[in-house]
Design a protein around this ligand. Structure first.
Ligand code: AMP
Ligand code: GLY
Length: 426
């Protein structure tokens, strides 16, 4: 089959790398892609991109399956159009993607269906929000309801910061219309983990757990980024906790969406806080996570194209089995110095030809510039390594990180350490 992946980051390169192993795949396309996707797929450019042009491209090239990587096109209804046109698409319809598109919606959904999450209140009126905020204790979390590229959630540690944040979101419109509605919620303590489940609308299957590292500096310090590294599995989610998460969170989430007439098809990403009172949902995303995908997909020991096609066509059976390897995978992100603030682009990347056994390099912000591959984004590369232990996968990625170079390269030194520590105490 011919498969098109929409997107341009590490997540998309990772999906394409797995699709490239599939015997059923004859040709891969990526829209618009990066230097890495261009090595295994045909990167395509659609000028003044819109959904009509995309549908035309898919039809005229006989593409059998389209995988939509990022959230924005899903929320904008791209999958809806594919379905209307009778085309196979992996990704939820707009009304289901709302689970990420509106935090106010997802919080109300969780409340209605008793899915554990932080206590909260939604507001569209600034004065009412301000009044409520004055009565809350610190720390407190304030989030814009709409999409904000991962930057719309602020944990406030002083009252002054909380009021400034609220004003910034609702009055000064620092996040544009995304801040028309805000969620003010209780601060949760614990360790975070990510869990993904794929659903064909009838049945769901849970994928291996993962842990992301959102902050820019070691020790989870500094501002949040798109994610500085990840590993899978995440030992904090042991078998009994996974059962609890499945019973109290995953199954009820899909059930709730069905009851709301928003049947969820695609991958549902659930960001969790493992609190002393048990797992609680921090957020839902309507797509694969980045950089979690880079460590989850290598664990899958089956044909990804077939799996995604089954989801698109609602062909899961009740006892669908997703075979998984027992290996550990770790992804270390090499970023441009300055990220998540401003950073330079266009630096030549060296050392990409000497990839060691057990490792692979997933491209995120890269592009081809004549014979060179240069940096073109904040997160530049993800070095993904396999190991029979988490420590082994970490060591392999860090060794590779020294061999690949570009000006102002930056990475965290503690990716995986929380998991390694936990294994040492099990
Ligand atoms: P979100 O965009 O909702 O995923 O939030 C981004 C990050 O903010 C999360 O990964 C957490 O680190 C933090 N965060 C969000 N909500 C809470 C909460 N209620 N309590 C503590 N930290 C939170
Ligand atoms: N890893 C976080 C995200 O994809 O939103």
């Amino acid at each position: 089959m011919k498969v098109l992946v929409v997107g341009s980051g590490g997540r998309e390169h990772s999906i394409l790398s797995k699709l490239n192993e599939s015997k059923t795949v004859k040709k891969l396309y990526c829209l618009p892609g990066n230097a890495g996707t261009g090595e295994i797929a045909e990167n395509i450019v659609i000028h003044d991109m819109n959904i009509d042009k995309l549908i035309d491209f898919v039809k005229s090239n006989g593409i059998d399956l389209t995988v939509i990587g990022p959230e924005q096109p899903l929320i904008d209804g791209y999958a809806d159009r594919f379905i209307e046109e009778g085309l196979n698409v992996f990704g939820p319809e707009s009304k289901a993607a709302m689970i990420e598109g509106s935090k106010a919606f997802s919080k109300d959904l969780m409340k209605k269906y008793n899915i554990p999450t932080a206590r909260y209140q939604n507001f569209t009126d600034y004065d009412k929000a301000k009044d409520y905020l004055s009565k809350q204790s610190i720390p407190i979390v304030i989030k814009v309801s709409g999409l904000a590229a991962g930057k719309g959630a602020v944990v406030c540690f002083t009252e002054e910061e909380a009021h400034l944040t609220l004003k910034g979101m609702m009055v000064d419109k620092e996040f544009g219309d995304a801040g028309n509605e805000v969620v003010i919620e209780e601060f949760l303590t614990g360790e975070e983990a990510s869990i993904f489940a794929v659903s064909d609308g009838n049945y769901y299957k849970v994928l291996p757990s993962a842990q992301d590292h959102k902050a820019i500096f070691d020790g989870d310090k500094g501002p949040n980024t798109g994610g500085m590294g990840s590993y899978s599995p995440a030992p904090i989610i042991n078998d009994s906790l996974l059962k609890e998460i499945e019973n109290n969170i995953i199954a009820p989430s899909f059930e709730a969406m069905k009851k709301e007439n928003r049947t969820y098809k695609g991958v549902l990403f659930i960001g969790l806080m493992i609190t002393p009172e048990g797992p609680k949902v921090i957020e839902y995303n309507c797509r694969f996570g980045d950089p979690e995908t880079q460590v989850i997909l290598p664990k899958f020991d089956g044909d990804l194209a077939e799996l995604l096609m089954k989801v698109a066509r609602s062909e899961f059976t009740k006892n669908e089995i997703l075979p998984m390897k027992s290996d550990h995978y770790l992804c270390l992100v090499l970023a441009s110095g300055g990220y998540p603030g401003s950073y330079a682009k266009g630096h030549i990347i060296e050392g990409l030809d000497n990839i060691e056994e057990g490792s692979s390099v997933i491209h995120a912000g890269t592009k081809r510039d004549h014979e060179n591959i240069v940096t073109s984004g904040g997160r530049v590369l993800g070095i993904v390594s396999q190991g029979s232990t988490l420590k082994e996968s970490k060591d392999r990625s860090y060794k590779m990180a020294e061999q690949i170079d570009f000006r102002d390269k930056y990475y965290r030194y503690d990716i995986g350490d929380k998991g390694i520590k936990r294994y040492s105490t099990i």
